[in-house]
Design a protein around this ligand. Structure first.
Ligand SMILES: Cc1cc2nc3c(=O)[nH]c(=O)nc-3n(C[C@H](O)[C@H](O)[C@H](O)COP(=O)(O)OP(=O)(O)OC[C@H]3O[C@@H](n4cnc5c(N)ncnc54)[C@H](O)[C@@H]3O)c2cc1C
Length: 385
């Protein structure tokens, strides 16, 4: 069976290693740092219902609700079944409400309308003057453990996972990629790895990988800031019932609340400066939904970069779709042997892997069905066994 080399050990690489190993391919994965040290280990930890995207980005919303249901089935221990609320605080939110309900219906996202009395009874920390709330199947996920379930299962099925192993170049012959040059950060030595096909799953760094191969990718790194405050202020995920914007999500994570986020466009995900006003802005906006945010001490502040697919026609970063796509560089750049997968969400990691593995099957002439929708994953602790 063919040997597939995956570059990048985030959620997308993890899910792809699992999918390919299940289909019987040989798999080697190289991650330049610790596993999941890119965006995957550092996002809010929101298992999206798709509600956030239902109005402006229905393709992404449909992907989210489909995968939300599948992940609850295959990794139940990594997900808290706490649901989410979209809360209306002013007239503009109330005006948005009918469109939100209609679009959630179109995307297959279940909704339940609650009155302010009902919602304050279950979430008393919400602003007492809120006007309405809509319940959706959002959930809290463990950003690090969930993809580790995929790594554990991939490893048990024979995948070889190498962390601290950075791809620093490609070997090519007759218009095809034949190998990668690796720098091992632990031994400080370089070596080569061969394969039949190479997959670039490097998230916001994916265009840097393509640059090593002398080609380009329509990738737009989109960083955002998150702020954890030192108390679990709500049990459900809280969203502002309005167009996706800034400071409109609160995700309870164990005894913390993660507030998010912002979005701007950056050139280089290795040189992100955290804008000083973003923390204040996020706290102020989230405090409109849950006033106790104002008095709760900050536990930590961090940022990560989304691997957005460039959209030249978007006038605002928020207009860029959160959907994903897979590129066969033979078709795009006349370079055989290299495939890239970018875009998406942590919520859609499995679907991104399925699309990429389907492409690999077509390229290698194999007709092997995807099994990851139903195959329950090994517990993440198996990764260390
Ligand atoms: C602020 C913010 C909040 C978010 N919140 C959520 C959320 O709540 N829910 C959700 O579903 N999604 C969320 N997302 C989106 C989600 O985090 C990403 O879409 C997802 O994690 C991307 O996964 P990935 O594996 O494609 O990329 P990454 O996780 O970034 O993985 C890419 C990996 O490639 C490695 N790499 C780079 N260069 C090399 C090289 N030369 N050699 C080897 N390895 C290399 C990197 O070190 C990295 O580990 C959020 C994103 C941001 C920015």
């Amino acid at each position: 069976m063919e040997q597939i080399v995956i570059i990048g050990g985030g959620g997308t690489g993890a899910a792809l290693a699992h999918d390919l190993a299940l289909r019987g391919f040989g798999v080697s994965l190289f991650e330049r740092g610790e596993l999941l040290s890119g965006a995957t280990g550092r996002h809010h930890g929101l298992l999206h219902s798709g509600g956030r995207y239902a109005v402006d980005d229905p393709a992404a919303a449909k992907e989210c609700i489909r995968e939300n249901k599948i992940l609850r089935r295959i990794t139940p221990e990594a997900i808290e079944q706490n649901d989410g609320l979209f809360v209306a605080l002013d007239d503009s939110d109330m005006d948005y409400r009918p469109l939100f309900l209609e679009q959630c219906g179109q995307c297959g996202i279940p909704t339940e309308e609650l009155t302010s009395t009902q919602v304050l009874a279950i979430e008393p920390a919400l602003h007492p003057d809120l006007k309405a709330a809509i319940r959706v199947p959002d959930a809290t996920l463990d950003a690090w453990r969930l993809p580790l379930y995929f790594f554990a299962s991939a490893k048990a099925n024979g995948a070889r996972i190498h962390n601290f192993s950075q791809v620093i170049g490609f070997h090519k012959s007759d218009g095809a990629v034949t190998g990668v040059r690796i720098f091992d950060h632990r031994t400080e030595r370089e070596y080569d790895a061969q394969g039949d096909l190479f997959v670039n799953a490097c998230g916001a760094w994916a265009d840097k990988i393509c640059a090593l191969a002398g080609i380009q990718l329509p990738l737009q790194p989109g960083p955002g800031v998150m702020v954890a405050v030192n108390a679990r202020l709500t049990n459900m995920v809280i969203n502002r019932l309005n167009q996706a914007g800034e400071g409109d999500i609160i995700v309870p994570q164990r005894e913390l609340s993660v507030l998010g986020t912002t979005l701007w466009l950056a050139k280089d995900p290795d040189r992100i400066e955290l804008p000083s006003d973003h923390v204040q802005k996020i706290r102020k906006l989230c405090a409109q939904m849950v006033p106790a945010v104002k008095e709760t001490a900050i536990h930590s502040v961090w940022c990560a970069s989304r691997p957005l697919i460039e959209q030249k026609q978007a006038t605002e970063p928020q207009q860029i779709s959160r959907t994903f796509d897979c590129y066969d560089h033979k078709q795009k750049d006349n370079l055989e042997g290299l495939v890239s997968i970018i875009g998406g969400k942590a919520t859609t990691l499995r679907a991104m892997a399925e699309k990429t593995a389907d492409l690999i099957c077509r390229k290698t002439g194999r007709n092997i069905a995807c099994k990851t929708k139903t195959e329950k994953l090994l517990h993440y602790r198996h990764f260390y066994k």
